[in-house]
Design a protein around this ligand. Structure first.
Ligand SMILES: NC(=O)N[C@@H](CC(=O)O)C(=O)O
Length: 445
């Protein structure tokens, strides 16, 4: 169902370039021009705001079913809309694991019922994320959830035979395997990046080679079977080198970097504050530099949040006991502006590429990541690049309070999000969900 309501976005700067009005009607961009007729439309003043295609996250943990104390599809979707997202890929490490058609359909249904963003379930590669036998990849692809991305994220598909078979199976459905690259034997008991800081703190290290060796193996497997590989949360300079080499050879590999790996380093672990504990761990300054350069030159294709909310009791404890993960949906745009735009490494066209266009292409989302052009679906994010705000995790929509940016001042604010023609966010606050949610509730499920 598409809303019949009309909206006129007045004077937005498209991709940070020319200013124009955007008329939204029946879920699509009906017209783009100057001084468009506002008759019958709700006017949204966008002077000084940058209009971008709605953001698409390739890597979100929504925790439902099973860990509703950490997040629900409803709360995570609200956080996503506030962060400027119109679609998110919900990772499979829920409880039960999303390894059957039934579970992925349930997650997709919960997403429509919430109505804040397009929730696209990721299917597990192996049953129960156990790495022993393949899950029902074909059944999940053919289900109503139409899964295209498969991942054991949180766990690595470390058995090379299983990884090969997974790559072969997803090829048949134009799918992609999103690998959490972590050789488990090299990271047993690991608490932080292996390097000079871990040596000083005496914490067991997570060496870069544990990530790089899996990526090297997987790009060769993807080449061997002619399939599509996506590398989750790339965190080291060496990984960038391998991906650059693979792309130069024509291997079909895409890669993501998280906002936190673009900004933070393992020096923060000296605080012993578990808010900085994450998998893969925060690395060194030279890794951060390499990741930024790789995102700017396209070696790394997209920014994926790896939004990983945890209940406070799993974070407000000793470092060694604490869970790994950070929230990210509500701060991603600001961190990208700080790390990439304000450093001069990227412009707003590049931001559209890494936060919207390429993530949609990786997930094969036909209605997302489209250009801001007449006739296209009205998935639009309005950003105020001049805004400055201080992150307060206690007022965020996510249930997770584990933002590593709490108390920091960040630039850039999402002012409005239009999802399929409907404003889910206006004036920087939640508006109402898309009418699709009303229809889904009325369906009685
Ligand atoms: N990224 C994280 O630190 N945590 C993720 C899973 C994972 O990748 O370990 C989570 O689900 O909490």
């Amino acid at each position: 169902m598409t809303p019949s309501t009309r909206y006129l976005i007045r004077g937005a700067s498209l991709y940070g370039e020319t200013a124009a009005d955007l008329l939204i009607a029946d879920g699509v961009i009906a017209a783009i021009g100057s001084a468009l007729d506002a008759a019958g439309a709700t006017v949204v003043d966008a002077q000084g705001l940058v209009a971008l295609p709605g953001f698409v996250d390739v890597h979100t943990h929504l925790r439902e079913p099973g860990r509703e104390d950490a997040e629900t599809v409803e709360t995570g979707s609200r956080a996503a809309a506030l962060g400027g997202y119109t679609a998110v890929h919900a990772m499979a490490n829920s409880s039960p694991v999303a390894d059957t058609a039934g579970v992925v359909e349930q997650v997709a249904h919960l997403g429509r019922r919430a109505g804040w963003v397009d929730v696209r379930p990721v299917g597990a590669v192996t049953v129960g994320l156990k790495g022993e036998r393949l899950a029902e990849l074909g059944a999940m692809a053919e289900s109503a959830a139409a899964v295209r991305m498969f991942s054991d994220d949180g766990m690595c598909v470390h058995d090379p035979v299983l990884m090969r078979r997974a790559l072969e199976y997803v090829k048949a459905v134009d799918g992609v395997v999103a690998q959490h690259a972590q050789e488990p034997r090299l990271t047993a008991g690991a608490q932080m990046n292996e390097g000079s800081v871990s040596a000083i703190l005496g914490l067991p290290g997570w060496p870069a080679v544990a990530e790089e060796s899996i990526i090297a193996r997987d790009v060769l497997l993807a080449q061997h079977v002619g399939s599509r590989l996506h590398v989750c949360h790339v965190s080291t300079a060496g990984s960038v080198d391998i991906i650059r080499w693979a792309k130069a050879r024509g291997i079909s590999v895409t890669a993501e970097v998280t906002p936190h790996h673009l900004l933070l380093t393992d020096e923060l672990v000296r605080t012993y504050d578990p808010v900085y504990k994450v998998n893969p761990p925060l690395r060194t300054h030279s890794d951060v530099e390499a990741l930024r350069a790789a995102l700017a030159d396209g070696t790394i294709d997209v920014v994926g949040t790896d939004h990983a909310p945890h209940p406070s009791e799993h974070k407000e404890c000793e470092w060694v006991q604490a869970a790994m993960g950070m929230t990210g949906l509500e701060t991603a745009l600001s961190v990208v502006q700080l790390a990439m735009v304000e450093t001069g490494l990227m412009g707003w066209r590049d931001v559209a590429r890494v936060l919207s266009e390429v993530p949609a292409a990786i997930g094969r989302l036909a209605d997302q990541g489209r250009p801001l052009a007449e006739g296209e679906p009205a998935n639009i994010t309005l950003v105020d690049p001049a805004a400055r705000w201080t992150v307060d995790p206690s007022v965020q929509a996510t249930k997770g309070r584990n933002s590593p940016f709490g108390g920091r001042e960040l630039p850039g604010r999402v002012v409005a999000t239009f999802y399929a023609g409907h404003p889910t966010v206006l004036d920087g606050a939640l508006n109402t969900p898309h009418p699709i949610s009303v229809a889904e509730r009325a369906g009685g499920r």
